[in-house]
Design a protein around this ligand. Structure first.
Ligand SMILES: C[S@@+](CC[C@H](N)C(=O)[O-])C[C@H]1O[C@@H](n2cnc3c(N)ncnc32)[C@H](O)[C@@H]1O
Length: 278
């Protein structure tokens, strides 16, 4: 259902009856190019539900983090800003989506009919509309680095939520975190597949000789690109390090918690955002 621009969006009806609201607004060519470049990956992950086990582990941890902060803030509703293209609920809200009540928002025009209340559009298009009801909590699940202007996205999230409450899951690009992310799965596999002292020792040595120089080289290249402000791929607008993300969140509001998800390059943050931009 598309509603005319001046009318308040019927969020209450969407929460009660489900369905899909379609917003107008298209984004510019560069935003579309970067956003659509990940479509194949999204089809595999969100649509076919074929996530790597390591991603599912982080999602389970993020679900606990959302539940904790929804409880602290007594949130009754949440909106997932950049929920992806899956028809089923994203795994990181599957056990909690009834309480708080969940609405997904995503601009990609795939699977407009979802198993959950859905807004098809960009956050920027939602935030210019009056809403008949604001949300209690905003989620950014690996989506903040996909917004052209991440600082503005945080301010817009504050605008569409009553108290400015948001929880964020973001992947970081600091070398130690990337290295442990890359190597932790391989080391776990190696331990599982080599059970005796001699075979494990040989496997560790093999990994050290064959893999670690490659990782060190890739990290050096990545660090040079980050320092020069060059993009690391064609899929994102931002490549956050811990310092950059902390500085961005501090400029947008109050950080209540900022935790690392062990063994990965993911962090979770709980913030109260301000609708003001500097
Ligand atoms: C990496 S995916 C994350 C999907 C899902 N949250 C997950 O973790 O599996 C990033 C999502 O952000 C969405 N996105 C990009 N720009 C956006 C915008 N301006 N407003 C809302 N969502 C946006 C993309 O369409 C994409 O589905």
């Amino acid at each position: 259902m598309t509603e005319p621009d001046g009318t308040p969006l019927n969020i209450t009806g969407l929460l009660d009856a489900g369905g899909t609201l379609r917003l107008s607004g298209a984004g510019d060519a560069e935003w579309r190019r970067i956003t659509e470049a990940s479509l194949e990956e999204y089809r595999r992950h969100h649509q076919a539900q074929d996530y790597p086990p390591s991603t599912l582990h982080v999602m389970a941890a993020f679900e606990g983090f959302i539940a904790k902060w929804a409880g602290i803030w007594d949130a009754r509703t949440m909106i997932d800003l950049g929920c992806g293209i899956g028809t089923a609920l994203p795994p990181y809200v599957r056990n909690i989506a009834g309480s708080p009540a969940y609405v997904g928002l995503d601009p990609l025009d795939e699977n407009p009919q979802r198993d959950y209340p859905f807004i098809r559009g960009r956050l920027e298009d939602l935030a210019v509309r009056p809403l008949d009801k604001k949300f209690d909590l905003a989620l950014f699940a690996t989506s903040l680095d996909h917004f052209e202007d991440a600082r503005n996205a945080l301010a817009l999230a504050a605008k569409i939520t009553g108290g400015g409450h948001a929880v964020i899951w973001c992947g970081l690009h600091d070398s130690p975190l990337i290295a442990r992310n890359d190597l932790s799965v391989r080391i776990a596999d190696l331990c599982r597949n080599n059970r005796s002292f001699p075979t494990r020792t040989l496997a560790f040595l093999g990994l050290a000789i064959l893999t670690w120089p490659r990782v060190a080289w890739a990290l050096a290249r990545r660090e040079r690109a980050l320092a020069a402000g060059r993009p690391l791929d064609d899929l994102h607008f931002h490549y956050f390090t811990e310092d950059r993300l902390r500085a961005l969140l501090a400029s947008a509001g109050t950080i209540h918690e900022f935790v690392h998800c062990p063994g990965t390059n993911s962090v979770f943050a709980a913030v109260t955002l301000s609708a003001e931009t500097e």
